[in-house]
Ligand binder design. Structure first.
Ligand code: FES
Ligand code: FES
Length: 181
């Protein structure tokens, strides 16, 4: 059994300790905001925060997470009030949106560690891939989020989600047991 903290809740995974964190989050915890892109550590779609660092969850086993603190996109700010969420919406970053959770998590870690990142800092720290090519918007949004976090700019709150993420996770059709006859 592997024990650590996910989104401020203690969890115990009864899975093979070598299971990648990504699959424990998605399949066991039903936290499907963290995306699978490549499974080889290249795309960043699976980025989560582990002890304050951006980690590609497809490349780390749950055993390596023992005793650590993991934060996923679901718990960044449930009302979308985090500066990165606000700035990504304000700059219309998400297109198909598939890369967005990983980008947002990487950006949130970056502005916490580097409160006034240059364009170069952003390009070096966020190497996530976006097949929609939104890179210029991402740079603008991260710098705007940093200004919001520093209290130098206020932008309108992102619209609240139409459904609580926990309810959305519970509503994944594949996980609803078939009716008993
Ligand atoms: S799915 Fe993890 S880096 Fe691509
Ligand atoms: S918005 Fe489509 S992959 Fe980035």
């Amino acid at each position: 059994m592997t024990r650590f903290t996910v989104n401020n809740q203690p969890v115990e995974y009864r899975m093979d300790p070598e299971t990648p964190l990504l699959w424990a989050l998605r399949d066991a915890s039903n936290l499907t905001g963290t995306k699978y892109g490549c499974g080889t550590g290249d795309c960043g779609a699976c980025t989560v925060d582990v002890d304050g660092r951006a980690v590609r969850s497809c490349t780390i086993s749950i055993a390596a997470c023992e005793g650590r603190f993991v934060t996923t996109i679901e718990s960044l700010a449930r009302d979308r009030s985090h500066p990165v969420q606000q700035a990504f919406v304000a700059e219309s970053v998400p297109q198909c949106g598939y890369c967005t959770p990983g980008m947002v998590m990487a950006a949130a870690v970056l502005i916490r560690r580097t409160p006034d990142p240059s364009e170069d800092d952003i390009r070096k720290a966020i190497t996530n891939l976006c097949r929609c090519g939104t890179y210029p918007r991402i740079v603008r949004a991260v710098q705007r989020a940093a200004r919001v976090a520093r209290g130098e700019e206020v932008i309108a709150a992102a619209p609240p989600p139409g459904i609580d993420p926990a309810d959305a996770a519970r509503a994944v059709p594949a996980l609803v047991p078939p009716p008993t006859k």
